[in-house]
Design a protein around this ligand. Structure first.
Ligand code: CAA
Length: 381
């Protein structure tokens, strides 16, 4: 059976995200971007609307919504402000999911519930100055001291680095064992020995906060380890499979937002005696943008649906993230081109969407990393 219809509940969630984005997020998005202001008030309201832990089981104070709803919500929010979307995405996909899937009941009680209620925000600490795409070469060490781990090292490009209270830290405990010596630890951001680097002055997604995080002799209780000793790398990889659905949804929203603006502009702007949409050069651009977006939508929804069905979704989410990110970059660049000079100034939003799109090709695995994952999967076909 193939069914392209959404349920009533999915449509309600989509509408709620759309209403908030189009009514509230739009008002100050340019100022937040220009001045790199963290959207504290919006995160508060989106928490009340249930978006911060939307996929976590209601048993752990989450919204109990499915991944398809999550995609629809992130897409709507990203049409207007993808910085807000990434804050939601990291909390849901990389932190709440990880604790719900791999944590003990005690960990869920203590750490997941406040994160799912949105009282606390989470961050996922995998990347390092010398371990980005090559994620197994972790240099941050977590030495086993019996009842605790002693952590030293540096993490960087951490989304929610300052705003989060709960970190999930990936660190090497046994170097000789390679990736099988890596652990995933839940860390209190206020633990003694943690310091932050300055706010990164990014090209796009400027109102989400990104920092380096330094660990100097930080004690992490043993009971904060997720899963068995040495399972941290696999836990991180499995978590990123779902994270990539969130980033695909985000890229999809950026592309759709830019496309809608370009379409509207093309119907209003006149050149050579007619609206520019009547020029084939513009109409063909819009047709190409629309077609690529539709493909990105199907990839993204399919990966979400597979996850909801409990089927494998790692390759599907890599394809979704790859295609949606490439589409976001393509579509936003064309949207700026269609707007001409107006596209190059902030007031028309598309230059910001173009800057934001670039990051979707980089974080949670670059486009090239997604190609590696897809290539490895087809080699095994
Ligand atoms: N699920 C479970 N286990 C997995 C897995 C998955 N999806 N992918 C790999 N593994 C396991 C493998 O089975 C292997 O274990 P065994 O040896 O027991 O079989 C182990 O992990 C190592 O895997 P590989 O040999 O495939 O490792 P690799 O060195 O070739 O790297 C990679 C694989 C896919 C390239 C990986 O390093 C990768 O995904 N890199 C990108 C990292 C990334 O996405 N970083 C994003 C940072 S987070 C972020 O951006 C968040 C934010 O703030 C927004």
């Amino acid at each position: 059976m193939l069914n392209f219809d959404f349920t009533e509940e999915q449509l309600m969630i989509q509408q709620s995200a759309r209403d908030y984005a189009q009514r509230e997020l739009i008002k100050d998005v340019i100022e937040r971007d220009t001045r790199a202001i963290f959207p504290t008030q919006h995160v508060k309201v989106l928490t009340e609307l249930g978006f911060m832990g939307m996929m976590t089981n209601t048993k752990y104070d989450g919204g109990g919504m499915d991944t398809v709803s999550y995609v629809l919500a992130l897409e709507e929010i990203s049409k207007v402000d993808s910085s807000v979307a990434v804050i939601i995405s990291v909390n849901n996909s990389l932190v709440c999911y990880e604790i719900e899937e791999f944590g003990t009941e005690e960990q869920k009680e203590k750490f997941l519930k406040p994160l799912a209620r949105g009282e606390k925000l989470g961050a996922f600490l995998l990347s390092e100055p010398e371990a980005g795409s090559d994620a197994t070469s972790q240099r941050t060490i977590a030495i086993d001291m019996g009842d605790h781990y002693l952590v030293n090292g540096v993490k960087n490009w951490i989304t929610n680095g300052n705003s989060a209270s709960t970190y999930i830290l990936i660190a090497q405990t046994n170097k000789e064992k390679g990736h099988k010596g890596i652990n995933a630890l839940i860390v209190d951001r206020n633990a003694p020995g943690i310091t932050l680097g300055p706010h990164e002055d990014k090209m796009g997604m400027r109102s989400s906060d990104t920092h380096s995080v330094m660990f100097a002799d930080v004690k992490v209780p043993k009971e904060n380890r997720l899963g068995d000793e040495g399972m941290g790398f696999k836990i991180a990889m499995k978590t990123l499979e779902g994270g990539r659905i969130g980033i695909a949804a985000q890229a999809l929203g950026i592309a759709q937002g830019a496309y809608e603006r370009a379409l509207k502009y093309s119907k209003e702007r006149k050149a050579f005696g007619t609206e520019i949409i009547n020029h084939q050069a513009i109409a063909f651009k819009l047709a190409e943008m629309h077609t690529r977006i539709e493909a990105a939508k199907y990839f993204t929804l399919k990966s979400a649906w597979l996850k909801d069905q409990g089927r494998p979704y790692g390759t599907a989410s890599a394809m979704a993230k790859y295609w949606a990110a490439e589409t976001a970059m393509y579509v936003t660049t064309e949207a700026v081109q269609i707007h001409g000079g107006y596209g190059y100034v902030k007031e028309y939003h598309v230059e910001r969407l173009m800057r934001d799109a670039k990051l979707t090709q980089i974080y949670e695995g670059t486009s090239e990393i997604q190609q590696i994952i897809i290539a490895r999967a087809i080699m095994n076909d």
